[in-house]
Design a protein around this ligand. Structure first.
Ligand code: PBG
Length: 331
């Protein structure tokens, strides 16, 4: 196509709002949103997360109320993360396997409150349950061991599925865990429980506020670079995604979001699976800090970033701003 001025004036279709609406290539709807929620012990508790202005940890009853709110806003799925009390944390994260742990009680409360009106996604990794804040079992040298960790993650996933989780989301980055979890779910009769693999999860500086929120930040010694990916790598992300799909993932995630749009794009071009981005805690906090510092309108900053994920090929986005975005889209 050989276009030239003035036959082509690209400003013509931009001149009026109705026309811009007609030629818009990418649309964001509330059904593109997944809302991550932090759960804490107690009843009637709302405990604000200092590093995430506007985000709180909710007790189980509050989480059920938030889930109802989400469903009413047209948000199809929530993601749950527990803030496990220090007394229930251990070196091996055994609380993750307790059928009556905070996560399982929250799953049940949401299911009781909302039935099939909303999906519940649950994170599989040991960091909310360990005293060292690592996602798996640590050996004497401080190394997170792979295969023994996978065995525990399988039991954690089954525990969540038995409590009623709809989507199991392994965020631990151990090798082989998707296959092991898929087999266990099949054998346990959970054929329709999905797996959304955190397939390309990077060792990122943007997770800080999340670690505060689940109470693992102050505990973490060292970093997670022996299992989470090097931000310098792109081909390796495709290898991670290929393996997770082969192992039984129904959908894959790229995390964090905005700094990895090229990865989202490459994954979407290469594979026929739904791709999700996790706009992580540090990304949320940056929008809030930016707005507070007067660099731009908070809602405009948010919506521009969210549409970028759709344009790059995402089927949806995990974002702490989900209820705000859904409200803006519904208006
Ligand atoms: C746990 C997990 C993390 C996040 C989601 N699941 C933290 C980490 O890997 O240290 C981060 C989410 C966020 O920053 O919003 N494995």
């Amino acid at each position: 196509m050989n276009r030239s001025y003035p036959n082509t004036r690209l400003r013509r279709t931009r001149a009026k709002a109705w026309s811009r609406a007609m030629v818009r290539e990418t649309i964001l709807t509330p059904s593109d949103l997944i809302w991550p929620l932090f759960v804490t012990e107690g009843t009637g508790v709302e405990d604000p997360v200092a590093s995430l202005p506007g985000v709180s940890r909710w007790s189980v009853d509050g989480v059920a109320a938030r889930a109802k709110e989400a469903a009413a806003l047209g948000i199809p799925c929530i993601a749950l993360f527990p803030n496990t009390p220090a007394a229930k944390r251990s070196d091996d994260g055994g609380e993750a396997l307790n059928p009556d742990n905070l996560m399982c009680r929250a799953i049940k409360a949401v299911k009781d409150a909302c039935g099939e009106d909303i999906g519940v996604l649950t994170d599989v990794a040991l960091d909310p349950y360990t005293t060292h804040g690592q996602d798996g079992l640590v050996n004497g040298a401080g190394y997170v061991v792979n295969d023994d960790t996978v065995a525990v993650l399988v039991d954690q996933a089954l525990n969540q599925a038995e409590a009623g989780a709809d989507i199991i989301a392994p965020s631990d980055m151990m090798d082989g865990r998707v296959h092991a979890i898929r087999m266990a779910l099949e054998m346990g009769g959970h054929h329709n429980v999905q797996i959304m693999a955190y397939a390309a999860k990077y060792a990122s500086a943007f997770y800080g506020p999340f670690r505060d929120a689940v109470g693992s930040g102050g505990l973490l010694k060292g970093d997670k670079k022996t299992y989470q990916m090097d931000p310098a790598n792109g081909d390796e992300a495709l290898a991670e995604v290929a393996l997770d799909i082969a192992e039984g993932a129904d959908s894959v995630m790229v995390k964090p979001g905005l700094a990895y749009l090229d990865i989202i794009w490459r994954v979407k071009q290469r594979f026929e699976v739904p791709v999700y981005a996790y706009q992580v805690s540090g990304e949320y906090a940056l929008i809030e800090a930016g707005a507070a510092a007067g660099i731009g309108d908070r809602e405009a900053l948010l919506m521009e970033k969210l549409i970028a994920f759709k344009r790059a090929g995402c089927s949806g986005v995990l974002t702490y701003h989900a209820p705000l975005a859904a409200r803006l889209l519904g208006a």
